[in-house]
Design a protein around this ligand. Sequence first.
Ligand code: PLP
Length: 443
Amino acid sequence: MTHVFHRHLRSTPPVADSAAGMRIRDADGRSYLDASGGAAVSALGHAHPDVLAAMHAQIDRLSYAHTGFFTTEVAEQLAHELMRSAPAGMSHAYFVSGGSEAVEAALKMARQYFVEIGQPQRTHFIARRQSYHGNTLGALAVGGNAWRRAPFAPLLVPATHVAPCYPYREQRADEAPAQYALRLAAELEAAILAQGADRVIAFVAETVGGATAGVLTPVADYFRAVRAVCDKYGVLLILDEVMCGMGRTGTLHASEQEGVVPDLLTIAKGLGGGYQPVGAVLAQGKIVDAMSQGSGFFQHGHTYLGHPVACAAALAVQKVIQRDELLPKVRADGEAFGAMLQQALGDHPRVGDIRGRGFFWGVELVADRGSKRPFPAALKLHAAIKKDAMARGLLCYPMGGTVNGVDGDHVLLAPPFIASRDDLQEITRLLSASIDAATRACD
Ligand code: PLP
């Protein structure tokens, strides 16, 4: 009997035993091709020697120091490295232990910024439906997944949710992408005005949506349009790139492809590539300056902030990505991967949409392509695909169920950046077989 409090309490998952490169092996000797990098975490695959060496060296030198007493050389180096390539105007990196912690810290930084500059009446966040920002209460409050929020709704800080940028389902047939972007920006403006123009702290959005509706790539101009609305009312823009950032979409930050600069940027998964739990908030100088010239203190903190071994792992991961020129690889092979998926699944009667960038792809499943009708949530198609894929030795990241009253199933693919074209072909082949088998069983 297990004493681990697993996610699912009526079954115990296989025991992960060892891993190298693109593969994880379980205790029964089964080998799995990792097409999802866990949950879009693994950038370099498993057991990368340079990262392991950097972690060992750091453990031997200094395995822990509390940020209430010290900074460390490795945290300073990592912050320096991140600032070298950060969006314009960013000046500091705040290191935490994961994505939800990064989002919590960003929400509090945004709120404290307005307290420091004499606008304490700003108390409200605006975010998007069908989004995911983490499972702690602040992150859950801005998250737009009704199912995840439901049991905790009475505990959540106030937030309004506007429509996500979801062209496949929500762009009208007679609407050009630029018009769609403006319609969404107008909805955001109306939501700000409904709260009171000077009452909103920030608009929070994933630059490329991840864990709730499959990969949601925005239309061109969407982020420029919402940035303009935020600027009009002095509302901060918090971009959550915990999943889509740090190279996953082919540029270091996904927002680079949108032509916007956020006020706060959250990063996590790809930062440490799974070698250590680590995340960060990258902050604009004006926010840090307001605190340093005001109270002089960010009223937040955790025991493991800036953990030296986590920083060493992240620094090593980022150096390998640069040295091995993995971002151009992700762009080129990502395009090839998209073409492979299109070729294998583009005409599949149960595949409604295939979308993505770089090594971040989503496949949306439908019972009927013409009407885009999803499979009923009760069939749990996503769970069937996951199970079938694992039986074939493939790890992908299907999700689904009822989100905001809408049923839907998606498969998210986020292979490590080291995946070869043969790996991508194999992923496509196994996934197609699983989608075929699981959708046929649900017909
Ligand atoms: N934000 C986004 C966009 C995410 O995708 C996730 C996790 O999937 C989180 C935040 C939460 O990160 P963590 O699970 O590390 O707390």
